[in-house]
Design a binder for this molecule. Structure first.
Ligand SMILES: Nc1nc2c(ncn2[C@@H]2O[C@H](COP(=O)(O)OP(=O)(O)OP(=O)(O)O)[C@@H](O)[C@H]2O)c(=O)[nH]1
Length: 253
């Protein structure tokens, strides 16, 4: 279901042109209800925290399950990139079962390049949900080099804060994620650093993957050259067998 206005839809279409950016990144934003997932995406995309119609393609929205998509363009360390942001909230009450069983969630998780796990410092349940989302992701992807950022949002609510900085930092350390404290309300400009961090993590994973591929590519080149040489030898010897005199052989070669 499209929820943005026509101008936004046109912008989404026109900016989806692959020639305008160097690389594409698929980022998933996971967290419990009302932690600020949409607000963070909207602020990053360039809208306001509560701008309901801004460049958003809402795919699914029910009382329990919610999925929204955004597109963002930015330059990170001199390289332009297109970010496909997918925000998801779903029931976690049945433990890890729900997520791994859900085909949409599973496919999106497998395809994603990086993950933002968000909780609100005013809600301890949302902290545990962020941890549950982490376990779901790792269960589905089954490897540890998944770019992750752990985000403590709503830090402007000083009086209502129930999740301490040290708790968030320790959890992030345990799951090998970067840790950021954000406030969409009081410091919207800092939101971009969260996205830049995950992009850098994705880039280093991609670079590592490329460097792992290199010996293989070199080996393939060597095998190709060797097989080409042996084919050439074979064809020469076949030719020799066909021809009788040494003069004929010389002429043919
Ligand atoms: N004080 C404060 N409020 C925030 C902050 N970020 C988001 N909010 C508010 O929190 C409420 C929920 O924000 P959303 O962005 O809709 O949260 P969500 O995680 O997308 O929620 P669901 O769509 O229900 O899953 C909104 O009223 C926001 O304005 C923040 O940093 N500080």
């Amino acid at each position: 279901m499209w929820r943005g206005n026509n101008r936004s839809r046109e912008r989404l279409r026109s900016e989806s042109d692959c020639s305008v950016y160097d690389e594409e990144y698929r980022i998933m934003i996971l967290g419990a209800e009302s932690v600020g997932k949409t607000a963070i995406c909207q602020v990053f995309v360039g809208g306001k925290e509560d701008d309901d119609g801004y460049d958003r393609l809402v795919i699914q929205k029910t009382a329990k399950f919610r999925r929204a998509e955004f597109c963002a363009w930015d330059a990170v360390d001199g390289q332009t990139c297109c970010m496909r942001l997918t925000e998801i909230r779903m029931p976690l009450t049945g433990g890890s079962q729900n997520g791994t069983d859900d085909p949409v969630f599973k496919t999106l998780t497998q395809r994603a390049d990086g993950f933002l796990l968000i909780y609100s410092v005013t809600n301890i349940e949302s902290f545990w949900s962020a941890m549950e989302y982490y376990h779901l992701v790792i269960q589905i992807r089954n490897h540890s080099d998944t770019p992750l950022v752990f985000i403590a949002n709503k830090t402007d609510c000083v009086n209502g804060q129930v999740v301490t900085s040290s708790k968030g930092r320790e959890a992030a350390f345990d799951i090998c994620a970067s840790y950021y404290e954000t406030s969409v309300r009081s410091d919207p400009d800092s939101i971009k650093f969260v996205f830049h961090d995950v992009i850098r993590q994705v880039r280093s994973v991609r670079m590592h993957a490329r460097s792992q591929e290199q010996p293989c590519t070199k080996m393939r080149g060597l095998i190709h050259r060797l097989s080409w040489k042996s084919k050439k030898k074979q064809s020469k010897s076949r030719l020799r067998q066909k021809l009788n005199s040494p003069e004929e052989i010389k002429k043919e070669l």
